[in-house]
Design a protein around this ligand. Sequence first.
Ligand SMILES: [Zn+2]
Length: 364
Amino acid sequence: MQEHQIDIPSQLKLWAETLGVEESHIVASSGEFLYKQWREDLENSKYGYPLQPVAQSAYLEDSLGKIIGNFEYKKRTPAIFLTHDVDYLNPTYILWLKKAIGRKKFSLDCFKDNFLDSLKRYLEVDKNFLKDSGGQLFIPAPRPPRGFKKYLIHKLIDPSYNLNSTLGDAFYKIVMDYRAEVGIHGSFFSLENDGNFKLEKRTLEQRFGRKITFNRQHWLNINSYQDLIAMHESGINFDSSLGWNGTLGIRGGFLRPYPILLDKLKVIWEIPMLLMDGVLFDELKLSPEKALAIACDWLQKVAMVGGCVAINWHERTFARSYGWGETYERILEWCKKEGFDFYSRQDIEQRIKEHEGKYISKTN
Ligand SMILES: [Zn+2]
């Protein structure tokens, strides 16, 4: 694929504005280095998994501080964006198989779970922390990709429920009852050249009767400018896919929403995804106590820099066979004690307009 050329000084200028610092702070010698690191984090990944060990503590404010010395930037009230990827509406054999392989657990317990009840519990928690609107859902409307091999992979790992079914109707009602926000959860191959992202987005917009501008790619499967451009061309202005699978760390080095320059006049806003239930519990195999402690350690960094990140607990994991919901609640309670704000989609847009994007909204 052709390498995407970007005007690096212009990108760095936007990042400087996002931090509320003089352009010279970032553009001077350190800039190219920071950009290179960010770009490596974007591209050196496969299915959201880093190809190299992640430099766990590297984040922009810290790196700049080390390079520049006494470095001051605008700190806002720290905030978290409450999000849930909705991969399943009920237990399926494919899910069981994935769990059995991934967690080496062969119990059939998950078939007793009610995933919609679990989702309701999450939205109930979100309602207690958010101001007016509901939590943010990323909802798939997958279409099969072309090619036999891709089709098989799609069958195995993409969400498979039908929004136009009895279950789909029950789900729709929950979204409406809780006034949840709808973003798209693009399917695994949807952003590739012949992918279906645009069609998937249209299906979702028709089903929920609203324009969709937020995306998180299923499996965090983003690793190129091309992916970001495809998204933007389909009408997405905000993405929250840049986080890691399999490990903890700050993908891209940002702890606040930031613009990614795609073209002279086009940017997509990234809301970094810092914490995800599956990573803590499935992949790192942490106990609830340990998961809480580690999550709060990471969020402490967000508080320190006055940042704003997304956290992602999946729709089904409040159910008994997972049992990860209490940790979510406790994380939010901790955040409240630490003075965090809690964000839905509209709060994120508002924040960007008032703070991070104040000077650059004209580019969007
Ligand atoms: Zn997903």
